[in-house]
Design a protein around this ligand. Structure first.
Ligand code: MNH
Length: 443
């Protein structure tokens, strides 16, 4: 059995904390992985964490017969927030299967077709805002777009994201609780123990506020039917009240943070690659023709725009990792023995930059996702939506929403970025560009 490397300078008691910043655990770990290779460990206090950044080992971890989802670090930290909701449910928790079965019909192609008009409507609100001119904070507006979309499509609830001057209190409470959860549990448990009572109390208050907003949404809907996420859950009779609340919170968070980041990174790369913009526009013009507002099919036919999104999610998978545990004693990649229950964290930004499958990995090139190129790559080396039974249920939702938004924006505006902006990636369990602004100009 091969030994697994770890960072050289291990601090007694604390472990591998040198060169790390609680604000950037993912990027710090990426830097270590670049030196240590496809598999390595980091120790925090008494906890030793195995990280996988190599494509071949990540592909092996995708073997569902030997591995399953594990709730670790970032995801485990969210358990306070999402409870037994889909994302944070344990594999064997009966409510996972019950809710998965109830909600699956809400994520089919025909469900997306039904959501399309509302998605178009929310995109039009973004356009109305951008038409007024001026500099826009891209991550903030993408968050407005995606939160408004999941609120309205999933639950018939509007956050009135585009008509308020300050962030919605729900968003503030959500960001507060996510930040606390990240600091408390993710990668630097040491810091968590030092955060203190006041921060813990604020966290509890934020969680209570999230629950209050959601209960209000649910109350307003009881007995009124509907085939959206909430309607399905209420009508099924399969899920208890607390579980429904957990699902709503889960969907409001999981359903917007990651998509918002993905759109923001895509727009960042588009602002840097005029040749990509040109190809995308040619496609949009050809498929949408003179239509002011695209039909459902006209969005699904934007194959190149979709590749722009895929490539943005390769370089910056906005859910940057997921954990896999061994179902029984096994050997990872034929070299690393794992006992039953032992787990490893797949660090996607490294897996997606493994030069053995991604030539010139730092280059932004949507053509990597042209059908022939995809076919030529090994399977299971591109996993922005996770893997197996517990993979993202909202993938089609995110892809439709994001492709529609990118198509709409590219067709209407030139995106003038600040020329010397250098990409900074902010981490709050998910990733997003920090301080990236553009001035949209009508074409
Ligand atoms: Mn989503 C699970 C990434 C959009 C709802 N999502 C996952 C996982 C990844 C992921 C990775 C698996 C995590 C793990 O194994 O621990 N999700 C994304 C990305 C985007 C995204 C990168 C956008 C881009 N997700 C969405 C949207 C929704 C959503 C949109 C809802 C509308 N995701 C979920 C839910 C789960 C999940 C719910 C948990 C599924 C399960 O375990 O059954």
């Amino acid at each position: 059995a091969a030994t697994i490397p770890h960072p050289r300078w291990r601090v007694p008691f604390l472990g591998d904390v040198l060169g790390t910043n609680p604000r950037t655990p993912v990027q710090d770990t990426m830097r270590m992985g670049r030196e240590l290779g496809p598999i390595f460990t980091r120790r925090f206090l008494d906890q030793e964490i195995v990280f996988v950044g190599g494509a071949a080992l990540a592909a092996d971890l995708a073997d569902e017969s030997r591995f399953a989802k594990h709730l670790a670090l970032g995801v485990e930290a969210l358990r306070d927030v999402g409870g037994d909701g889909l994302f944070t449910a344990y594999n064997e928790e009966p409510n996972w299967k019950a809710a998965h079965d109830v909600l699956l019909p809400a994520f089919t192609q025909s469900a997306m077709r039904a959501y399309h008009p509302t998605m178009v409507d929310v995109t039009a609100q973004l356009v109305a805002k951008w038409d007024r001119g001026g500099v826009v904070d891209v991550s903030a507006d993408m968050t407005n777009l995606t939160l408004e979309t999941i609120g309205r499509v999933g639950f018939g609830y509007s956050f009135e994201s585009f008509s308020r001057t300050e962030v919605h209190p729900f968003v503030r409470a959500m960001i507060g609780s996510l930040r606390y959860a990240q600091r408390k549990n993710f990668v630097l448990p040491v810091v968590g123990r030092l955060l203190g009572r006041a921060a813990e109390e604020r966290y509890r208050a934020d969680l209570a506020f999230l629950a209050e907003v959601v209960d209000e949404v649910v109350r307003s809907r009881r007995g009124s039917g509907g085939s959206d996420l909430l309607g399905l859950m209420l009508a099924s009779g399969e899920l208890d009240e607390v579980n429904i609340r957990n699902q709503v919170i889960t969907f409001l968070i999981a359903g917007h943070e990651t998509t918002s980041g993905a759109l923001s990174f895509a727009l960042y790369y588009l602002s840097r690659h005029p040749e990509v913009v040109e190809k995308a526009r040619a496609e949009i013009d050809a498929v949408w023709g003179s239509a002011d507002v695209p039909e459902f099919e006209q969005v699904t036919k934007l194959r190149y725009v979709r590749r722009v999104l895929d490539e943005a999610l390769r370089l910056w998978p906005t859910a940057p990792g997921f954990a896999r545990e061994a179902r029984a004693d096994t050997v990872l990649g034929g070299r690393y023995p794992l006992r039953a229950g032992q787990w490893a964290l797949v660090l996607l930004p490294l897996v997606h930059r493994d030069p053995s499958v991604w030539p010139a990995p730092e280059a932004f090139d949507p053509d990597r996702f042209a059908p022939a190129a995809v076919k030529a790559r090994p399977a299971h080396v591109y996993k922005p939506f996770g893997t197996g039974e517990r993979a993202c249920i909202g993938r089609q939702f995110a892809v439709h929403e994001a492709t529609l938004a990118l198509g709409t924006v590219l067709r209407r505006y030139d995106l003038v970025g600040v020329p010397d902006y250098e990409l900074r990636v902010a981490e709050m369990l998910t990733l997003k560009p920090d301080g990236f602004t553009v001035t949209p100009r009508r074409r």
